[in-house]
Design a protein around this ligand. Sequence first.
Ligand code: ATP
Ligand code: MG
Length: 140
Amino acid sequence: MATERTLSIIKPDATRRNLTGKIISRFETNGLRIVAQKRVKWSKADAEAFYAVHRERPFFNDLVAFMTSGPIVLQVLEGEDAVAKNREIMGATNPKEAASGTIRADFAESIEANSVHGSDSVENAANEIAQCFGKDELVG
Ligand code: ATP
Ligand code: MG
């Protein structure tokens, strides 16, 4: 296993319900370290650029509207196998299918408002981190 970095987003449904701290503690207690962190509100252009891979999906416009509906918390998490570990801590996209004890099983409202994002590969993580943070914002 290698030390990796992955991009995490705490989504608007979670910030709205004051769940930021509870979600962050899941990452930290499972061995991931926060090496960058900021609370922002995305523009439509920001969300469209981030989710460009989903441009052709039927839920794209709703997803962009949701991700711009309130503040989000962007984080870079670091640790052994961080990409896969973060997705394990998050649980499946659809909270109805998420394993018990995962963030999405415990907090998500729906398949769209599912509380967190996590990069799905090391390569995508590097791209997403570069999209969201400048090099001087990463403090490992
Ligand atoms: P994320 O990329 O946010 O970590 P994911 O990798 O588990 O989630 P993706 O397939 O990449 O899932 O979908 C991106 C996001 O789009 C989901 O997290 C969810 O918010 C939304 N989404 C995915 N599938 C649906 C759907 N069928 N209906 C509505 N929204 C969806
Ligand atoms: Mg994804």
